[in-house]
Design a protein around this ligand. Structure first.
Ligand SMILES: C=CC1=C(C)c2cc3[nH]c(cc4nc(cc5[nH]c(cc1n2)c(C)c5CCC(=O)O)C(CCC(=O)O)=C4C)c(C)c3C=C
Ligand SMILES: [Fe+2]
Ligand SMILES: [Fe+2]
Length: 342
């Protein structure tokens, strides 16, 4: 019988906060054509000619503010998830990062070294995006074909609307909500608006009214739609009225139009509308990372207070909470059991 294993895949972080390491990481990340989807020459001009001249130093400073003794929070937390999951399942579990180390190749190699030939690969992103789920699958397939042609990989699909995930997220948020808050803001990582159209084969997700309906097949590939659906399901579960919530998109990069509304602008303007006490959560991330610990918890708080806000309450990601590990286990087991389908 073929031996099975699990590979948990997350985005990845630089190997240290040294400017050169951050530069190397950003080069691999931003030269990915699923992230900056220009023709190679234009992507190289933008990334290597402009972004990499200034951003690495700025990002390195930001990374320093969140870095722990064990390393980057994103990798440390992903490793914690792995360890807890390993205690619950009887197949080997490894981690792999889309960018930098430990890479997807390193993760597959570790599994293969343990005799594994059938891998359940779990991209740790609740919502589908070309710049996350799709690039992970593409990379894993490239590595598999080149280095491990006899290995089979079964991919876990985005789980943005799965009941087990929604229940887990809703319970986690409910427990952490402060007693008094005017609004609960859901801040998702943004993507360029163009990516939404590009990944939607029917080109019908029009960013306006179609996301209020779930019947459109294009929503299988519509990141924005999936973010709204996660929000809708979570607030229904918590019992929060829609008027007490906001959805926004963070971490915009470059001059292209990204999906709106932008988190930073929202944080500056809502206090003027009377929202002084804010709770904020970032459900595009399953583990806390630079984008939540620095961009939201620190910068976001400053933006909100600058706009006149008073109480800013950041709700951490699911990280290695036991109920989340149970969800990871269930999603992995579903795929471990359906290998005959591929
Ligand atoms: C959760 C989903 C994510 C999507 C969608 C996503 C798209 C996306 N990101 C960039 C550019 C950057 N993102 C950076 C950090 C970062 N991004 C995600 C997740 C998503 N990105 C995570 C988890 C992290 C944190 C990594 C960590 O080490 O903690 C960065 C690097 C930091 C910085 O310099 O600001 C960049 C750059 C683009 C362009 C994009 C979609 C096209
Ligand atoms: Fe990002
Ligand atoms: Fe849509």
């Amino acid at each position: 019988m073929d031996k099975k294993g699990i590979l948990l895949v997350n985005l990845g972080s630089p190997k240290s906060t040294a400017v050169n390491d951050v530069k190397e990481y950003l080069d691999e990340f931003l030269m990915d054509e699923k992230v900056i989807d220009y023709r190679w020459i234009f992507r190289a001009l933008l990334v290597r000619g402009i972004i990499l001249n200034t951003r690495p130093a700025k990002s390195a400073e930001a990374y320093k503010t969140v870095w722990t003794d064990e390393g980057s929070p994103l990798i440390v937390i992903t490793e914690k998830i792995r360890k807890k999951l390993q205690k619950l399942v009887d197949v080997p579990v490894e981690i792999g990062m889309r960018y930098a180390e430990p890479s997807i190749e390193t993760g597959i190699q570790k599994l293969v070294d343990q005799g594994v030939s059938e891998i359940v690969l779990f991209p740790l992103y609740p919502q589908y995006a070309m710049s996350t789920t799709e690039t992970v699958i593409e990379k894993a397939e490239e590595v598999r074909k080149k280095k491990f042609p006899k290995v089979k990989i079964n991919y876990i699909q985005p789980f943005y609307n799965r009941d087990i995930y929604i229940n887990c997220l809703a319970e986690s948020i409910k427990e952490k909500l402060p007693e008094n808050f005017d609004v609960l803001q859901f801040s998702y990582h943004g993507v360029p608006e163009r990516h939404i159209y590009k990944t939607d084969p029917t080109k019908t997700c029009n960013l306006n009214d179609c996301c209020s309906r779930d019947t459109n097949p294009s929503h299988q590939f519509c990141y924005r739609h999936q973010c709204y659906k996660t929000t809708e399901a979570v607030i229904a579960k918590i019992g929060l009225p829609k008027e007490k919530t906001i959805v926004s998109f963070q971490s915009r990069l470059g001059k292209d139009k990204w999906i709106e509304p932008y988190t930073d602008e929202t944080l500056e303007t809502i206090p003027k509308k009377g929202i002084k006490n804010l709770a904020i959560v970032c459900p595009a991330f399953v583990s806390d990372c630079l984008e939540t610990l620095e961009e939201i918890s620190v910068e976001g708080k400053e933006q909100f207070q600058h706009g006149g806000g008073e109480n800013f309450h950041y709700i951490p990601c699911l990280n290695d909470e036991d109920r989340w590990i149970e969800v990871v286990k269930t999603l992995c087991e579903e795929k471990l059991n359906d290998f005959y389908l591929i």
